[in-house]
Design a protein around this ligand. Structure first.
Ligand SMILES: Nc1ncnc2c1ncn2[C@@H]1O[C@H](COP(=O)(O)OP(=O)(O)OP(=O)(O)O)[C@@H](O)[C@H]1O
Length: 551
């Protein structure tokens, strides 16, 4: 493999993952070289060109002044690595330390921004079959710059943490890194926590909660009233600082309430007990992750009066197509469709501007518009998300077959939707820009409702672990609306909302696209497999657009 890892393709930078550290590729001297180059675009293709271009746009106050660096690619392609490089670049070239009076305070801000990485990765990344450090959430990091374009703060927005991983992992994959770091490689995470202001006491609370979740994972149910696992149940209760009898009851007995009548107690089936145990683990971990993100933001976010522009870094999960796909993949692929649409619109605009500036004659190229696919997913009132939400609001047991019939009735006119007539499983197939994906319907409604039994919330509110108590203190266990109606804020509604906000930000900024490519599927260093590279490029890059340049 020739040691060339970057190239330009139109307005996109293509980054090839070397799968091993390349000496001096990102050194301080290289940063300086790009930062000081009179025309960085004329230097060798590099991620620092993208970084510098965005930075100079802010310096030049070129409208729109705020910038977005969109880093995409499949799992293991190098998005997180690239985002880290970009953050380090700005933490170096936009460092405000030398200008400020209090050196100490300022050094801390750049360091704190960088320190958010090991924490987020410890809690949000895991070893998967495709990447030993796979981000199991999407993130948008906003680097805040003051009038002199110096880095004064940052904020992080996260998307769709894969919380199911805490309750169970696919074969040969692992839980989130933090559960293993508790044994070793702990220092970096703890050091970063200290820098961000998570003191020893808070760390103690966090680690007790994590240890409690590990013990919870050992709890199994043999018969509804079986007491054969008291050890793990006791350990878990003691670490989560909740009464053991109540924990036990919560996991085993459902409380039914109808209006003002007194409660009825119904023992859960063994399968339901396990569902409740997993639900407890997921809700605690997700809430803890959210708390950490808020804490990090409080620690690194600059006061509104001190910053005026930003450079945003978007690192989102790439397009996913597995043997079995469900709601998570639908959301991820929907996000990719949105970004693809944004990319194509921006690409064509940039292309036209280039032709005009060079005085070339041009005519509109026909390109694959993915609006049909987006309508299929997000259409109101008739789209997969709307119908799914409608189904979840009906207070009845979910029926996958019935939902499939409904989808076919309502959406068969949309050319992006199809069904495999030979498949026995209720499913639907969506023709995405990057290929067709079949989604299983079984379990989709439950995932969308993501219900948490109120008993579990009541229990957590009683925790004597101050952090755990705080995580649930304001949560309404039954999710009652103002008129006593149950408010179901579904997973897809929340996701669609946060994505809409993200798209608004992207539309208001100057975008810069970097497409990371995995040059071989086995993550082998310096190995370039042409066929695999082409597959990645075709699915990932949407060559329709690129082919308009005839390269
Ligand atoms: N520029 C690079 N130089 C050296 N190694 C790299 C580079 N980019 C990526 N890698 C290696 O590839 C691995 C996977 O990269 P990374 O975690 O950034 O992928 P990703 O696209 O963020 O994946 P996921 O979507 O699963 O989070 C890294 O852990 C690192 O070992």
């Amino acid at each position: 493999m020739a040691k060339v890892f970057y190239t330009h393709a139109g307005c996109t930078l293509v980054a090839l993952n070397p799968f091993q550290p390349v000496p001096d590729l990102y050194s301080l001297d290289v940063m300086k070289e790009y930062h000081c180059a009179p025309q960085p675009q004329e230097s060798k293709p590099h991620i620092f060109i993208v970084a510098e271009e965005a930075y100079r746009n802010v310096q030049g106050q070129v409208e729109p002044v705020n910038q977005s660096l969109v880093v995409s690619g499949e799992s293991g392609a190098g998005k997180t690595w690239t985002s880290r490089c970009l953050m380090k670049y700005y933490a170096t070239v936009a460092a405000s330390s030398s200008l400020m009076k209090s050196q100490d305070t300022v050094e801390r801000i750049e360091k704190r921004v960088l320190d958010s990485n090991p924490i987020m990765e410890a809690f949000g990344n895991a070893c998967t079959l495709r990447n030993s450090n796979s981000s199991r959430f999407g993130k948008y990091i906003q680097l805040q710059l003051n009038r002199s374009q110096l880095l004064v703060g940052a904020s992080v927005q996260t998307y769709l943490l894969e919380k199911t991983r805490v309750a169970g992992q696919p074969a040969n994959e692992r839980n989130f890194h933090i559960f293993y770091q508790a044994k070793d490689c702990f220092d970096e995470t703890v050091e970063a926590m200290v820098h961000l202001g998570i003191n020893a006491e808070k760390q103690g609370h966090i680690f007790r909660i994590l240890a409690g979740l590990l013990q919870l994972g050992n709890v199994t149910f043999c018969s509804a009233m079986d007491e054969s696992q008291p050890y793990f149940m006791h350990r878990c209760a003691s670490l989560l600082c909740v009464p053991v009898e109540e924990l036990q009851t919560c996991l085993r007995v459902r409380t039914l309430r109808a209006g003002k009548q007194s409660a009825l107690f119904k023992p859960c089936s063994l399968a339901d007990c396990s569902v409740r145990r997993d639900c407890l683990a997921k809700v605690v971990y997700a809430q803890l992750f959210e708390w950490l993100v808020t804490f990090i933001n409080d620690s690194i976010c600059a006061d509104n009066s001190t910053w005026c522009n930003f450079i945003g870094l978007l690192d989102v999960y790439g397009f996913e197509c597995f043997q079995f796909n469900n709601l998570e993949q639908l959301c991820i692929n929907y996000a990719n469709e949105k970004l693809q649409q944004h990319f194509v619109a921006h690409y064509l605009k940039a292309q036209q501007e280039e032709y005009v500036s060079e005085g070339l004659e041009w005519s509109f190229v026909k390109y694959q518009d993915n609006q049909g696919c987006l309508d299929l997913i997000e259409g109101i009132p008739i789209g997969v998300f709307s119908l799914l939400n409608e189904e979840c609001l009906l207070n009845r047991a979910s029926d996958a077959k019935q939902f499939r019939v409904r989808l076919e009735k309502e959406l068969s006119d949309n050319g992006s939707m199809s069904w495999d007539k030979f498949s026995k499983q209720p499913h639907f197939t969506v023709a995405h820009y990057a290929g067709k994906v079949s989604y299983q319907i079984e379990g989709m409604m439950e995932k969308n409702k993501d219900p948490v039994p109120p008993e579990l919330i009541h229990l957590l509110q009683k925790s004597e672990n101050p952090l755990l108590h705080q995580l649930f203190a304001d949560r309404d266990p039954v999710g009652q609306g103002t008129r006593g109606l149950r408010q179901v804020v579904t997973v897809v509604s929340k996701f669609k909302n946060s994505l809409e906000n993200l798209m608004k930000i992207l539309h208001s900024t100057t975008p810069h696209y970097t497409r990371c490519i995995k040059p071989n599927t086995d993550c082998r260093p310096l190995t370039f497999k042409k066929e695999e590279f082409h597959t990645a490029l075709w699915t990932d890059f949407q060559l329709d657009t690129v082919s308009s340049r005839s390269w």
